[in-house]
Write a protein of this length. Structure first.
Length: 201
């Protein structure tokens, strides 16, 4: 009788041990799962906080023009259109997202939202420059006035008129002491006057 009682007690102890072991394993797995979920939530919150509070830099590369201030913006905000940069001899055309023309997209400050650090690149076009002519007493086909000529900064002047003056020979066009010829590159950034130079015939 005593032996049967002892066996029964052993079986009960073993059963309790198994139940406790299973509960412990379940709790351990549950704790690990909870830790993983908590870690994922923390990372998501951290990324969201950085995006909404840390923000991103919007840099303006003016490609040789006047410098502009970097803007610090939160995720999803609109960048403020900066003042128009200046670059002697060029006309500003707008901002694009890449220096590579095949990848460049024009940036629209009214609709495009900032989603990461961003550099916008200025687009420039050589400016058109007005050239006037001072005949200094000469004429062109009997006319004492030559219409203005439009040239492009960084390009050659192109064909220039050849006036006449009685008793003199035309010796070219002069600007600030420099002879200007058809193949002379335009370096003036604004309107200027070419003056006829004459030498006695």
């Amino acid at each position: 009788m005593d032996e049967r009682l002892k066996q029964q007690q052993r079986r009960q102890r073993l059963e309790r041990t198994r139940r406790v072991g299973k509960a412990g394993l379940w709790q351990t797995a549950k704790d690990q799962t909870g830790l993983g979920e908590a870690l994922i939530c923390f990372v998501v919150i951290l990324v969201f906080w950085f995006a909404t509070h840390g923000g991103y830099n919007v840099t303006f590369d003016t490609k040789g023009g006047s410098e502009l201030t970097v803007q610090r913006l939160k995720h999803g905000e609109l960048a403020e259109e900066p003042e128009t940069p200046l670059k002697p001899g060029y006309t500003f055309c707008g901002w694009v997202t890449s220096e590579d023309e095949s990848l460049a997209k024009e940036w629209n400050f009214a609709t495009d939202k900032v989603e990461n650090d961003l550099t916008l690149y200025a687009v420039w076009m050589p400016a058109e420059v007005r050239v006037k002519f001072d005949l200094d007493g000469g004429n062109l086909d009997g006319e004492t006035y030559i219409p203005d000529k439009t040239v492009t900064y960084g390009e050659a002047y192109g064909e220039l008129p050849i006036p006449e003056k009685e008793g003199f020979r035309f010796d070219g066009w002069i600007y600030s002491g420099v002879v200007i010829q058809a193949d002379t590159m335009v370096t003036m950034t604004g309107e200027h006057v070419l003056t006829a130079r004459w030498i006695p015939a």
